[in-house]
Design a protein around this ligand. Sequence first.
Ligand code: MLT
Ligand code: MN
Ligand code: ZN
Length: 295
Amino acid sequence: MRLVLLGTAAGGGFPQWDCACALCARAGEPGVPARSQDGLAVSADGTDWYLLNASPDLRVQVLATPALHPGPGPRDTPIRGVLLTDGELDHTLGLAILRGAPGLRVWAPGPVADAFPLRTVIDGYGEWDWRGVDAPVELGGGLEVTAAVISGKRPRYAASAPAGGWVVAYRIHDPATGGTVVYAPCLAEWPAALDGLLDGADVVLLDGTFWTADELPGAAGRAAAPGPGASTPMGHLPVDGPAGSLARIRERPGPRWVYTHLNNTNPLLDAGSTPRKQLAAAGATVLDDGTELRI
Ligand code: MLT
Ligand code: MN
Ligand code: ZN
């Protein structure tokens, strides 16, 4: 299986368009690469490709990834479908860029498929095939996908929508190579359902939005919609601290742990930072946009 990290930043990207903080000002310097918004591309055979999440940066991400370029026919594309982990705008606005793609399959958690406001707009451009993720999914090339609900965090546009399984993580297994990746870029806490996906995983891409819980100025006032998973700022489990995800990783050696969805406030963006050294000591890492892994 081939994995391409299309983007590794949280909503707004890095640098963020409206942020003049010291970190954003350094974006593009050595060791502080700019990052587009989180998303992944996977393929078993290099022919059929699937996107995990569709960020507003998708057009540039596709252009930067030769495997996703159109062809061989003039209007052919290797992109066969999109799997959404959640309905947040940084994970879904790229669907508008794909509008008109004939017959595109989109897998999404049920509440997301019901509430995503652009769906009615996009459905007017192409006959898309929206599917749920309650049952295992088989993708072209034989990839086996299992989803698990890991959070009830609702997008702010759906703050009054019913509680439910708004956020999933995906486990994708390639029976031909035995390779397994788990993708969990939106983690409000560490749920048992995530552990259920990790068995035998080679690579785990994990929510690295915040290094610390108090990192985002005014986070309390901008908290996620009430409901399960709203206990952490913006609904994201921080990496550091006794209850953070890095402590959980230390207890779970084996996979290659890769943090993604990094907010522009996160010191992990700087390869020379002390937090990056702590990450490396725990066996975890941060990779650049465009990195390809083969498992
Ligand atoms: C999130 O990951 O929590 C959202 O993308 C936040 C946002 O929409 O700004
Ligand atoms: Mn986000
Ligand atoms: Zn900034």
